[in-house]
Design a protein around this ligand. Structure first.
Ligand SMILES: NC(=O)C1=CN([C@@H]2O[C@H](COP(=O)(O)OP(=O)(O)OC[C@H]3O[C@@H](n4cnc5c(N)ncnc54)[C@H](O)[C@@H]3O)[C@@H](O)[C@H]2O)C=CC1
Ligand SMILES: N[C@@H](CC=O)C(=O)O
Length: 348
């Protein structure tokens, strides 16, 4: 059986959930035809740890946040991302640090260092994909490695790969949906009577929110996802700044209550559409949907995206849009794609 050595860059909610699955459920991977061994971990809060024979995941998962890896064999209190990514014995770099909606850093550099040193990259980080996606994919192809990022949109729910593989024979003219778990959860909790700040705190506890939740509430998280979908699926060359964006920050409890009373539900809707002249235009904005609208019933951290196609009309995918384990599954599906690539290369 093939063993893939992983370097986990960022050891927060998502990468810890992946480490737990590797530690607790090795049979899940054995049934996929490979095993996973974590040989390096870096995080701002812990420092870095490199152990070529495999890190004892149960032991590091038990370390409270803020404890340093310094003192462990191969450990340091400094994250040493560049050295670890370039020189650790990893086959696959798993990038799950903070998303920067401005320039995608430091994740863009993490991805580039990994690819340039011949390592595959799987990531849930939207920044590098939305801001540097085509360039990094090209770099990966040139270096004979994979750059996979299914979790950048709708966490573990298959959207990007599904659309590429299964909708490839259709003409797609638009994508529209609820693409942020936190804001959808928050709007639902406001319907139940919570204040905005109380609802955000719950979403943070549940692991849905970004490190800076204003990205969720202000719409910049959906803006990145809409740009990714427009570029991947509608053939656009869009920068997130091209997406006209309004968040839910100005929606008050009163607005939510009034909407409910009149049979409407506020939803944060992201959309990209190809116009008759070929231009792709994209927006993010809150809309009070009528209760019988197909997206009005999407509740909690669940997301949904609808593809407008020529032969099938609307094709809609719905599932978790956030969550630690749900997003770790996106990384697993990316590693499965890397495995298919590696096996294909061996056969060829
Ligand atoms: N939690 C979710 O539901 C989803 C998260 N994502 C994305 O996945 C990524 C990870 O998400 P979470 O684990 O929830 O975030 P998190 O905030 O729990 O963890 C991020 C970790 O990265 C570390 N970090 C930040 N900058 C670093 C650096 N320069 N070097 C080393 N470590 C660094 C932090 O200390 C933190 O432990 C983010 O980019 C997020 O946008 C994507 C889809 C869903
Ligand atoms: N904070 C994001 C996480 C996934 O991208 C969300 O709430 O959707």
């Amino acid at each position: 059986m093939t063993t893939y050595n992983l370097a986990l860059i960022g050891f927060g909610g998502v990468n810890r959930a992946l480490a737990e699955l590797i530690c607790d459920e090795p049979q899940r991977f054995a049934s996929l035809g490979f095993e996973l061994r974590v040989v390096a971990i870096t995080d701002l809060a812990f420092g870095s740890l490199v152990q070529g024979d495999g890190i004892d995941l149960a032991a590091v998962l038990a370390m409270p946040r803020g404890t340093s890896f310094d003192g462990l064999p191969g450990g340091s209190s400094d994250p040493r991302n560049e050295d670890v990514i370039k020189n650790s014995p990893a086959d696959i770099v798993v990038e799950a640090t903070f998303t920067s909606p401005i320039d995608g850093e430091p994740a863009v550099s993490h991805v580039r260092w990994a690819i340039e040193s011949g390592k595959h990259v799987v990531t849930t980080n939207k920044g590098p994909v939305a801001l540097r996606g085509p360039e990094l994919s090209k770099l990966a192809a040139t270096n004979g490695v994979r750059f996979e990022y299914e979790g950048a949109v709708m966490s573990g729910t298959p959207v990007i790969r599904l659309a590429h593989k299964m909708l490839g024979g259709l003409e797609l003219t638009a994508v529209q949906g609820i693409l942020n778990g936190t804001s959808n959860y928050v709007l639902g909790r406001m319907e139940a009577g919570l204040r905005l700040d109380e609802a955000i705190a719950e979403a943070q506890d549940l692991g849905y929110a970004e490190a800076d939740p204003t990205a969720d509430i202000g719409g910049s998280d959906v803006r990145l996802k809409v740009a990714i979908l427009a570029n991947e699926l509608l053939g656009a060359s869009m920068n997130p700044s091209d997406v006209e964006t309004t968040g839910i920050q100005d929606i008050k409890s009163d607005d939510v209550a009034k909407a409910l009373a009149s049979g409407h539900r506020w939803k944060l809707i992201g959309e990209a559409r190809r116009e008759a002249d070929g231009r792709v235009v994209a927006t993010v904005k809150p809309i009070a949907l009528q209760a019988d609208h197909p997206l009005a019933g999407i509740s909690g951290a669940t997301n949904a995206v609808s593809f407008t196609t020529d032969l099938l009309g609307a094709v809609t995918v719905s599932g978790p849009g956030a969550g630690r384990v749900e997003t770790a599954y996106a990384l697993i599906s990316d590693i499965m794609a890397v495995n298919e690539f590696v096996k294909g290369a061996v056969r060829a």
